[in-house]
Design a protein around this ligand. Sequence first.
Ligand SMILES: Nc1ncnc2c1ncn2[C@@H]1O[C@H](COP(=O)(O)OP(=O)(O)OP(=O)(O)O)[C@@H](O)[C@H]1O
Ligand SMILES: [Mg+2]
Length: 507
Amino acid sequence: MEASGWSTSLSSGIVLSLVAVVWTMLWNNLQGLQLQQFVSRHLSRHARRLAAIVDPYLTVTIAEYDGGRMKRSDAYKEVQAYLQRATCATGGGVRHLKAETAKDVDALVLSMGDNEEVADAFRGATVWWLAYSTPPREDNAPSYWGGGRAARADRRFYRLFFLERHRDLVLGEYLPHVRREGRAVMVKNRQRKLFTNLSGDGYDADGMWSESVWSHVVFEHPKTFATLAMDPAKKKEVIDDLDAFRKGKDYYARVGKAWKRGYLLYGPPGTGKSTMIAAMANHLDYDVYDIELTSVRTNTDLRKLFIETTSKSIIVIEDIDCSLDLTRARKKKKKANDDGQKNDGDKKDGAEPPDEEKDAGGSKVTLSGVLNFIDGLWSACGGERIIVFTTNHVEKLDPALIRRGRMDKHIEMSYCCFEAFKLLAKVYLDVESHHLFDAVESLLREANMTPADVAENLTPKSVDDDADSCLAELVKELEKAKKKVLAKKEGKGKDVADGADDDDDDE
Ligand SMILES: Nc1ncnc2c1ncn2[C@@H]1O[C@H](COP(=O)(O)OP(=O)(O)OP(=O)(O)O)[C@@H](O)[C@H]1O
Ligand SMILES: [Mg+2]
């Protein structure tokens, strides 16, 4: 009996030891993998819950969207950046990380995935952050609040848990600290971006449905004012204007104007309008929002695009005359006024176009929508924004669209002048003087050649090409261009003599 009792306890001892050995082996082998993390994560989570029994915790929830779901919350972005830093530094015990490309080519910025929790310590207090999202719900937000999109999107939140006794510390000091630090991280990680409203499938980098109306790539355009060929005095004027704008926060506040400025760049194709926008963005270190107006469905969508731009940005609408029939809505308005009908036209903030203005299947943005976008009440949201329109046909634009106050500065991008040529010769051929320069100078006065064409002629086409051959080629092309101009003039003179209509000559 005793012996059997002894052998039973011996065998159960052996079994227990074996279990302990297997457990230790398993524990060690799984080190760094799921099990240990699983246990420690759950222990810390339960620690929070256990602590809450004796000292209840409070929560603060920060939603990704506030202001009626119109705009991503700054606080959310700051918390996200703060937690990104905490997660990158320690991992914070988080199992599911999201990775985004960072400024450095090979690095990744890590942040916590959904339903992950991370603890943080601040002046002896421990707090916990939980990232979570709720599934889409059909809300009844009217379409002008972006209700349709909102219904399809997950709602994302950060929830902060802290003990009641830390209330003053957390609300008074910790949260402002998080926002400050988050902003600093955002500035440090900032990569300039080029945004487009031609969104892809509507999903963001996390595979989540994205509410953002913009998609972006990193903005990396090499053009600067140093390599932009134009009249030097004009260039200096633009640079001074941009610098004054950038430093103009107090001025705009004092005179009671929204901190924004409109630039109209006009001129023939290839004179450097798009290039100038890149130079502006590089000079100011701003993001660029390139709006493809034909893809904007309604005036409301246009307003939403504007509201979702950040400050320190250039909002661009290229070829504004081609994007929309911007004169049509105005003509209709005039007609309606002539008919004595009530029409609040461009004064009506965010007005949807009446049915007869809508194109079948096309954009329904109207001139009044664009005018409101530029200087309606909504345009004052945020600040430090530059709006740039480009066009090849300034004469086609409605005067209301380009009046000062909307498009404050009109910049003509013209055919290549000698000063602009000299800069291109320096940039493309590293040549500052040459015996062909005089010929080029006199030909440029008579031939209409764009900087794009001059630059193309100055580009070596083979390894044998050098400055001499490129400049000789340019002179040849300039002579051809000059002949064309003369032929056109002669043709025009003949037409006038024959009583023909001048308007038909110009393209
Ligand atoms: N003023 C300029 N200085 C330097 N390069 C220029 C200039 N203008 C044009 N180029 C060169 O020509 C190319 C075309 O220029 P860009 O796209 O800026 O013309 P654009 O005026 O925007 O034409 P479009 O009206 O057709 O849009 C650019 O890639 C650029 O390298
Ligand atoms: Mg262009």
